[in-house]
Design a protein around this ligand. Structure first.
Ligand SMILES: [Zn+2]
Length: 129
């Protein structure tokens, strides 16, 4: 299921944490952050270590923010929700979706819902089965 909302993603604490995480990325043009929550409680965040777009051809050298956050999680990620943002130099939110590898890892980790910011005024929410 996919919903497109019409509110600033940054009104939500989950997206704010993911945004903050993205600012730690060493990338300059492609910074992605992820934050994991369970029942409103923050458990982990992560950022990409470089350009990780599936078409970059160098993805094996880098790690995606979602995977980084899952690896850093101290608690169980089962039934959690993950928030993902991508930002540019001006800190605008840009479209992002988990790559197929992260999507598989997210599902394997038992994460039930992902929220992905699409721009400064919308995000998508998808429930995983
Ligand atoms: Zn990925």
């Amino acid at each position: 299921m996919q919903n497109l909302t019409n509110e600033s993603p940054l009104n939500n604490i989950g997206f704010r944490r993911a945004f903050e995480a993205a600012t730690h990325s060493p990338g300059t043009r492609y910074r992605v952050g992820a934050a994991i929550y369970i029942q409103g409680r923050f458990i982990s965040s992560g950022w990409n270590s470089g350009k990780t777009h599936p078409q970059s051809g160098r993805r094996t050298k880098n790690i995606c923010s979602e995977l980084h956050a899952i690896l850093k999680a101290k608690g169980d990620t089962k039934n959690c929700q993950i928030y993902i943002v991508r930002i540019n130099k001006k800190l605008d939110l840009l479209p992002i979706h988990p790559c197929e590898h992260c999507r598989a890892v997210i599902e394997k980790a038992g994460i039930k819902i992902f929220h992905a910011a699409q721009n400064n005024s919308s995000f998508v929410t998808e429930e995983l089965c």
